[in-house]
Design a protein around this ligand. Structure first.
Ligand SMILES: [Zn+2]
Length: 56
């Protein structure tokens, strides 16, 4: 099974993912702590608009 990082759009292997976040009952996986922090800061934005690339 594969997950997609909702921030940058990269594919993430959930069994190896170090960074994850639970939002409204769903688990999201991230490629890096930067993506995780960006998501946690404004989850609705990424769920609404989709991946926008790596955060700066
Ligand atoms: Zn990412």
């Amino acid at each position: 099974m594969e997950a997609v990082d909702p921030v940058c759009g990269m594919k993430v292997d959930p069994s190896k993912a170090k960074y994850k976040s639970v939002y409204k009952g769903n688990i999201y996986y991230f490629c890096s702590i930067h993506c995780m922090k960006a998501f946690e800061k404004d989850p609705e934005y990424y769920l609404k608009y989709g991946p926008i690339g790596m955060p700066k």
